[in-house]
Design a protein around this ligand. Sequence first.
Ligand code: GRF
Length: 202
Amino acid sequence: MIRIAVLASGRGSNFQSIIDGIKEGDIDGEIAVLVTDKENAGAIERAEKNGIPSIVVLRDNFESREQMDREIRRILDENKVDLVVLAGYMRIISPELLGPYENKIINIHPALLPSFPGVDGQKDAFEYGVKVSGCSVHFVDGGMDTGPIIEQTCVRIDDCKTPEEVGAKILPFEHKTMRKVVANFSKGKYIVKGRRVRYEKY
Ligand code: GRF
């Protein structure tokens, strides 16, 4: 049984997919804590409904990003977590947090990396005119969506007429992909060699 921390800034639908994966027995784990940097994040309500403790860590209360990340690291240490999931957490992670959790922090991105990194993955894919996009779950490093790729799902977007439609079409695949990766983490290990990631079941 793994202990998971989720970091989220928004509505938390990917967070929900992990909650559901645990409830439905796919993921052998428990969510120890939700950490959010937004007082009004929808994820907080989902945590409350499911008896998951949530902690708000506001950037304004810290002098620097590093200090904020030190506080988040303290929370993660205190909760003895095995896996940290960034589920719509809209911040770059500093070395203060990254170091001790190397290869234990994962992120979901709504495009097929290394294409269209950054905050507007769906819009950038739409405007570029690609016919196929999708989502990627990857390990987090110091860059913007640059860490080793764990899993990807392709989604055809040639029928989408707006960037919003692209986002809506990809979202359910994000949920499935995220849930699958977290389930795998709970039943085996991902081995990282350079940029390549391999999975081994226990
Ligand atoms: C998702 O599209 C995710 O890929 C991106 O931010 C969005 C978060 O959505 N990083 P939600 O909060 O999980 O509903």
